[in-house]
Structures are given as C-alpha cells and as structure tokens.
Ligand binder design. Structure first.
Ligand code: BMA
Length: 375
C-alpha cells in the first residue's frame, strides 16, 4: 500500500514537471528556437531582456554608423533584444516604411544574433484590399484576404515575400535565426486594417491561424516564436483573450503601451500598466506561455527619472521575458514630429537610464551573451 502511494506521488511529480516545461506551439521548431524559448522562461527568475526598435540602424541625429546605437552611447552596451519592422516588404520594396533598407536590416539581424542577442519582428503591412497603408482600417479588409476572399491571392504573394526574408536569416553555421514574430499587433485597437473595429473576432483568429500555418507548413519555417499582441484596451483576462488564436498558434502573450500624459509619474498610467501586466502574467501562467511587453515608452522621455521611477517598479512584480522600447526616429521630416523612447548621449534621462541598466533585473547584450540563449 505504502509503495503504491509513493509510486503514485512520484508519477504525479514527474507529470507536473513535464507539464510545466514550456512547449513551443510549433512541434517542428529548430533546436535553437526551442532553446531560446526555454531560456526565456528561465531568465525570468532573474529578469528580462531590454529591447530597442531599429537600435543599430539609426538614432537621434544619426543614421548608419558602424557599431553605433543610442543605448550603447549611454551605457556602453547594446540592448539584448533587437526589434525590426517588415512593413513594405510585402509589396516588394527595398526599404521598409521607415526607410530602413531590407538588405541592411538582414545584416543587422545577423549581427545582433551573433552577439547572442534576440530578434523580434513586427509588420505594419500595407492593406492588401486597398493598397494603402497599415493604418487604412477599411471595413472588410481581413475578410477579403481569407481563403475564398477577393484579395486572397494578393495576401499570399505578400506572405511569400515575408517568408523569403524570414528564411534568409541564417547564423554562421547555416542555422535559421530564431525570430519572435509579432504579426497583426495591437489587435484590440481600431487603427490598423486588422483592428477590432474592422473584423470580427472569428475573422481575426482565422487570419492569424492561416498566417502561422502558411509560414510553418507551406513555407516550412521553423524558427518562429509567435507573439500575440494587443493594445491596452483589455481590462480582464476574457477581454485579453477575446481574439486569441489558441495555444497551438501562440507562444508569447503581450501588449503595447505608451505614456502620453505630461505628468512625470502619471498614477493612472502606472495603475493601468500594473493591471495589464498582472492580467497577462496570469494568463501566461495558466497557459504555460511567456509574457512580455511588445512595445513601451514615453515619447521624448520628458521625465528624466522615468526608467527607475515608472518602468522599473511597474515591472518588478511581474514575470516578463522582455520589454521593447520603440524607435529613436528623432526628427521626422514627413510629419514634423520627433520620436524617441531610449535616451541618447547628452539627453537628460541618460544618467537615470544608466542606473536602470545597472539594476540586477535588466538584461542587456553583454549579459545576454553569457546566458547562451540558443543553447
Ligand atoms: C510608429 C511610428 C511611425 C512608424 C511606425 C512603424 O509607431 O514610429 O513613425 O512608421 O511606428 O515603425
């Protein structure tokens, strides 16, 4: 009797350990992709990767200078997560929508990976129905590109171009570079053609599943870690999951958020941020997925202690795998606005960012390299 009982306990213990093992939604994922995913789980005991969009391409007042990055100029180290943007790849352009040449982007991706960093890709793709931008939220856009829709073939051609780019990202040994792929992001917002006002939940889910299946099965891409990404519109787990494509199609649960108000510490923003973090933290734990912040920032960092007084404390009690600061575009001639979310040398928040860098939980490039995320 006693032996039976001990055996049962052992079986249960093994079962729960096995079940707690993070499993990628792609059963055929490459070994580097599997390793990255499980290492991102592990590092959460210690902290999270700090990312920056377009970090190596340009910053405030500079473009394409070898080895340069605004973050590196401030802390002497690169971010550990590099965000890049695919918009306009789908129409066969040589430059993305923010004028980054795709051939340069490829070499930056390879560079970041060779340093032991991690790559995430977003896709502000043009609207296949109207041919206009990602922000053209024309009704019926999603329906038109699903199988049987009038623009399905156009969408397939777009996906084919994305697939060619993704399959071309190789490390030194010819291995595919694992990518945190974040398509159809900020899905709960209304500004993109795949947004919540432009399609039904069912249509969004079909689009997401179709895209993942097409890249995985038809294109045989097995280096993708799939990121589901909402805006801040959700308040509850049910709302967060309203358009969730399902555990077999998603690996990372995330949302995007920005502080817009002029107050230094905006308590409403902080309260909402903490709440959103706890919602995705809970859902991720229940589903054995990773949680992360897809994009975050306070444009122009008007409050110089923002990193240690707002971002750091909000994240402290949550298990995020990574956080991505959006791009340091600087002055934008197209619309006359200025945009940057990470400090640059000489900016008032530089010292504060250095303190944030030195915090035990933030992981930048040098530390990421020692963590051997692909082994
Ligand atoms: C937005 C802004 C735009 C940019 C777009 C896609 O948030 O930064 O200037 O074109 O992201 O990268």
């Amino acid at each position: 009797m006693k032996l039976k009982y001990t055996l049962l306990i052992m079986v249960l213990a093994i079962w729960s350990v096995l079940n707690a093992q993070p499993r990628l939604s792609d059963p055929g994922a490459t070994k580097e992709t599997v390793a990255l995913f499980s290492n991102l789980f592990k590092i959460r005991q210690k902290g999270y990767l700090l990312g920056h969009q377009d970090a190596l391409a340009y910053g405030v007042n500079w473009k394409y200078q070898k080895g340069k990055s605004d973050i590196k100029d401030v802390v002497g180290d690169y971010p550990s997560l590099y965000g890049w943007e695919l918009g306009h790849l789908e129409i066969g352009a040589d430059l993305n929508l923010d004028s980054v040449p795709f051939d340069k982007m490829k070499s930056f991706i390879k560079k970041g990976y060779s340093r032991g960093g991690v790559i995430t890709l977003s896709w502000h793709g043009n609207n296949p129905l109207t041919g206009k931008s990602a922000w053209d939220a024309a009704p019926g856009s999603v329906a038109s590109i699903l199988p049987g829709g009038t623009k399905h073939e156009v969408f397939l051609q777009q996906l084919d171009r994305v697939a060619v780019f993704l399959s071309d990202l190789k490390g030194k040994k010819g291995e595919s570079i694992p990518i945190l792929f974040r398509p159809f992001h900020e899905l709960t917002g209304h500004w993109f053609w795949w947004g919540a006002k432009t399609c039904t939940a069912e249509e969004y889910i079909r689009l997401f599943r179709f895209t993942v299946n097409y890249l995985r099965q038809d294109k045989q891409l097995h280096n993708l870690i799939i990121v589901y990404n909402t805006g801040t519109e959700f308040g509850t787990k049910t709302e967060f999951l309203e358009r969730y494509p399902g555990d077999e199609f998603v690996d990372v649960l995330s949302f995007d958020t920005y502080q817009h108000s002029s107050q230094a510490v905006d308590t409403a923003f902080v309260t909402k941020l903490k709440h959103s973090l706890s919602v995705i933290d809970d859902v991720a734990r229940e589903r054995n997925k990773l949680a992360a912040v897809g994009e975050i920032g306070f444009n122009k960092i008007p409050y110089s202690d923002w990193f240690t007084q707002v971002l750091q404390p909000a994240l402290r009690d949550h298990k995020m795998a990574y956080v991505l600061l959006w791009r340091n575009a600087g002055y934008k001639h197209q619309d006359g606005t200025t945009e940057f979310y990470a400090p640059y040398k000489g900016h008032a928040s530089a010292n504060n960012f250095l303190r944030y860098y030195n915090a035990p939980e933030t992981i930048f490039q040098k530390e990421a390299r020692t963590l051997k995320l692909y082994k």
